[in-house]
Design a protein. Structure first.
Length: 351
């Protein structure tokens, strides 16, 4: 049957198809300030085979994902990496390899390709909000997290609707990024950041150089083990299905002020260039002011949704509509991650 739904970012109404499904219960997990991210889906009673349910309800699942930006599947008995891998095979596409890396990851099981741990990063630190690989020339349209072992304390995966984040940024700043785009700079060396060998998944200088040339990335080797790369991209994209504008970038994540905050520095402190593993600018080279950085950070904070993991939880995100991060944690924590459906910079975007 038909039903009228409202865009979470603009408030505009549109028609969606809703299928009455008595086997599951659906409801927004958090309705704060009209927030509809994520949609919680859980069995209505007894055991529901998640694979069979998804195969029978794929069309409505896809529609829900675009409307809400993310779906939390809870209570379906997904408890192992093998269970998660079986679920991911529903999508008739192999998980993508994690290339042009910005953080270290490893496969959870060498016999299962491209199902990774979530980012390997010190437990006591926060991972800032971002859309996965939005800095790259290629990214996955969907990113999926599965809680194999919840942390003893903390370790949540905060999420935020990128359409709402965009709407929370001032019109002046939005327009500036829409017109100019963003320039990324990464300083790749082994001591503080990631070595270029890890980023490009090769030990061969010629291979790394060829990847840069193919993807229109400027590069230079300061020395054998230190490489500086720069490239520009839009900061605002249009979703390929809904055509909604979305804040899809690593402007905050890679910005120098994020590094300052991580180190407990003030905005007007000085940090030598060798400690800046990444920086972001407007695409014409203009500095992003601390005020503009803080405005973006606050837009994420205003729209962040945080909830504790339960074992077996699957957080299924439309990567272009929902950002994510990670809270500090204590104890053991295993979150399996898969990225699917490649998209490229030649796709339609705003700007």
């Amino acid at each position: 049957m038909e039903n009228t739904v409202t865009s979470p970012a603009t408030g505009a109404e549109k028609t969606a198809f809703v299928i009455n499904d008595p086997s599951v219960i659906k409801a927004p997990l958090n309705s704060k300030s009209g927030q509809v991210l994520p949609l919680l889906v859980k069995p209505a009673a007894g055991n529901v085979n998640l694979v069979e349910w998804l195969q029978a309800n794929r069309e409505s699942f896809d529609a829900d994902l675009i409307q809400h930006g993310g779906i939390l599947l809870r209570g379906f008995g997904i408890e192992t990496v093998e269970d998660f891998n079986t679920f991911m095979k529903c999508f008739n596409t192999e998980p993508l390899p994690y290339m042009f890396r910005s953080s270290p990851r490893k496969e959870l099981d060498q016999s299962i390709k491209n199902i990774y741990t979530s980012t390997i990063y010190p437990n006591e630190r926060t991972i800032n909000m971002h859309n996965e690989s939005s800095y790259s020339r290629v990214w996955g349209k969907k990113i999926v997290f599965c809680c194999i072992t919840p942390a003893a304390e903390g370790g949540e995966t905060p999420i935020a609707d990128s359409r709402r984040v965009l709407a929370a940024i001032s019109p002046a700043t939005r327009e500036k990024f829409r017109k100019k785009g963003v320039k990324y700079r990464r300083n790749l060396f082994p001591d503080l950041g990631m070595p270029w060998q890890e980023v490009f998944q090769t030990e061969d200088v010629a291979v790394a150089e060829e990847i840069c040339k193919k993807n229109n990335i400027q590069f230079r080797f300061v020395q054998k083990d230190q490489m500086v790369i720069e490239w520009t991209k839009p900061a605002i994209y249009r979703h390929p299905v809904s055509q909604e504008e979305t804040w899809f970038n690593h402007v905050m994540f890679f910005n120098k002020y994020a590094r300052y905050e991580e180190l407990g520095l003030e905005a007007d402190d000085f940090l030598p260039a060798e400690y800046l593993t990444s920086e972001t600018f407007f695409a014409d080279g203009e500095e992003i002011s601390y005020q503009e950085y803080a405005e973006i950070r606050n837009a994420y904070e205003q729209n962040k949704v945080v909830f504790p993991y339960q074992k077996g939880d699957i957080i299924f995100l439309d990567n272009m509509l929902a950002a994510h991060g990670r809270n500090p944690y204590k104890g053991n924590r295993t979150i399996a991650t898969a990225i699917i459906e490649p998209a490229y910079d030649q796709n339609d975007f705003a700007g």
